[in-house]
Design a protein around this ligand. Structure first.
Ligand code: ADP
Ligand code: ADP
Length: 225
């Protein structure tokens, strides 16, 4: 079934601000089916981050249609978008953005605790279970600063999965890792995708990383193919 669809997506930066306009997305169309594992390819500056920000409801397109889980997100207000994002979308970034003075487990449960307004026993249990799943059972109580780059990215993946999102958007998740750690992180993503039907869209400019994904989507000239 269809998880999300964007039609005729246009994004222009610098509109009406007296600066030069940059039209980054020029009528892009894309459909993601539930359970897909896709790589988003394209050279630096082609608009991958822009597209991920829009799909993640972090940024509004200049124009176009954006429907996910049957909801028309282009017409939703900020509060509804925030709630939608918290419930349905997880994010992984190139730089893990972990809180350095917190443990792996605290990092995983912190965003969920902030949203819920408190830290529940159920959240702690889920956080532990996720860290076991990403292979960090023995590192749960390590401070983030004590983890390797690959381990930190696995914590970031566990954190992204905390609220059981239907969609995980990952912006160059292996961009800061050596080849061996990058391969491990991709294998972990593939395993989660298989077992949970979580849909992943992973931007990369690395063809080798993209080859590990079942589908490859290329952004070129503001469109996707
Ligand atoms: P990619 O992720 O493929 O490297 P981006 O989406 O980051 O591409 O950027 C696409 C283009 O949009 C680039 O030319 C970039 O300079 C421009 N751009 C990105 N963000 C902004 C912004 N906030 N304001 C103006 N231009 C931007
Ligand atoms: P990042 O670049 O994401 O901050 P690094 O790979 O540079 O992460 O590692 C950050 C810290 O983790 C450093 O203090 C480093 O000594 C330590 N570290 C690196 N690899 C390992 C490892 N395999 N096990 C434990 N600690 C490690």
């Amino acid at each position: 079934s269809t998880l999300l669809e964007v039609r005729n997506l246009v994004k222009t930066y610098g509109e009406g601000e007296g600066e030069a306009e940059t039209r980054v997305l020029k009528g892009l169309n894309l459909t993601l089916a539930t359970g897909e594992l896709s790589a988003l390819l394209g050279p630096s500056g082609s608009g991958k981050s822009t597209l991920l920000s829009i799909l993640g409801t972090l940024m509004q397109p200049t124009s176009g249609e954006h429907v996910m889980l049957g909801q028309d997100l282009t017409r939703a207000g900020d509060r509804d978008l925030t709630e939608f994002r918290n419930r349905h979308i997880g994010f992984v970034f190139q730089f893990h953005h972990l809180l350095p003075d917190f443990t792996a487990l605290e990092n995983v449960i912190f965003p969920a605790a902030v949203q819920a307004g408190r830290e529940t026993a159920a959240a702690r249990a889920r956080g532990r279970e996720l860290l076991v799943r990403v292979g960090l059972e023995s590192r749960m109580d390590f401070l983030a600063t004590k983890l390797s780059g690959g381990q930190k990215q696995r914590v970031a993946i566990a954190r992204a999965l905390m609220n059981q999102p239907e969609l995980v958007l990952a912006d160059e998740p292996t961009g800061n890792l050596d080849r061996a750690s990058a391969t491990q992180v991709m294998a972990l993503i593939a395993e989660i995708n298989q077992n949970e039907k979580t849909t992943f869209l992973i931007s990369t400019h690395d063809e080798k990383i993209a080859e590990t994904c079942r589908r490859r989507i290329r952004v070129a000239d503001g469109k996707a193919e």
